[in-house]
Design a protein around this ligand. Sequence first.
Ligand code: TYD
Ligand code: MG
Length: 480
Amino acid sequence: MPRPISVFVCSACGGETPKWQGQCPACGEWNSLEQRAARRPAPGKSGSGTGGAGPTGAAPVPLAAQENLALERLASGQGELDRVLGGGIVPGSVTLLGGDPGIGKSTLLLQVAAHVAADRGVVYASGEESVSQVALRARRLGVAASTLEVLAETDLQAILAQAAARRAALLVVDSIQTVQLPTVAASAGAVSQLRECTAELVRFAKTTATAVILIGHVTKEGAIAGPRVLEHLVDTVLYFESEAGSRFRIVRATKNRFGAVNELGFFAMTEGGLKEVRNPSAIFLARAPEPAAGSIVTVMREGGRPLLIELQALVDRMRFGAPRRIAQGLDANRLAMLLAVLSRHAGLSLQEHDVFVNAVGGVEIDETAWDLPVVIALASSLADRAVPGSLVSFGEIGLTGEVRPVAYGEERLREAQKQGFRVAVVPRENAPRTSRVRPGQPSEGIEVIAVSRVSEALEAALSRSSPGSAPQIAPARARS
Ligand code: TYD
Ligand code: MG
């Protein structure tokens, strides 16, 4: 006996429960559940009563018929953004650009919108700022915005109607937290609004081939209310990263249906808006001229290119309480593992020490190649001996104290050599063949020290170290 099926949907988080409750079991919000008709199962699913009737809905299309599809991407005018997107903005795609408030999302997209508007229709829907505020900003940015149309509107249906009427090639929504659909009984920014609006925008993009870019604020406390809940709905997810107080900005693709993930784009915030940074290694390597204890350079490779960055470690005798382990830009759990490996396999116990590590420049490193350089930096800080400024290192460390190879070893070595580094401490399997036969042999201008145990790596790096710079009274040394 089928009874009317209804569910209770939370207006705050969109979670569903079969029974009414005072508190949403998903997000803990009180009095937020509303009765809705449940979605009916798709017809013809259960096998009963399909006799005779043909299939309904869209018919499958052979992929081969799509071969000469003109997937002409739009150039954003920012080479770094285009590379993160995988070669430009794909028509009909939906991109979410997330980041902390004030990091430069509106600035970047206003620059992009103005560039695209030079020869295509663009609608910039701003629910955050008035048209005159956007115009002021555009003037300050010096963008040729004469053809760019700005819409100060928060009603999503009105925005879509305008974009459709203008046959816009690009629609920017600043921000998804400010738009709303009248059919959803929740205020703008609530998770159910965010979801429904994004789904509506996705439908619009797919049916009109308009590229849509959404701005989403990441809120400090509530990641749940932020753009994270939208990630699965959109094609591409970009996040702004930055170190507090730094004028450098990194845009990272964490999801991309049209390109590589973890591709990074580098920008600098200037008076005239965001400017691309062509040689990013240079910004991360703005180091003090004298090598300091606890500092080392590593070659990370995220996205399509290798990047030299400085890692710093500080080991300090613990004053009271439990020892602190603080990691900036690196995974703190992995740091704890490395400390255990150091203690068991290199005889270096930091039980009584506070440990801080930092990836300079505000970049987040997701790969394991920083294991080896961090361990060397820790040992360098503990011994207060500086590793040479011309030394780089990369490599993964296993639980048994072995040094494991990482992907793209040769490419990383080449980049280090190109940037003028002279010595590389790397996993044995990552060393070029020649130096495997004769260890220590210079290979293409860089001396590769191949190591297979963590203790071996520490010995190799610290045997070349010089006393630390803690008391700044030592005379300047001639650097090798
Ligand atoms: P904005 O793009 O408004 O940030 P978001 O949209 O992510 O919240 O950027 C605001 C910051 O950028 C603000 O602190 C001022 C700075 N800024 C510049 O330094 N130069 C500029 O040309 C512009 C437009 C902004
Ligand atoms: Mg903004």
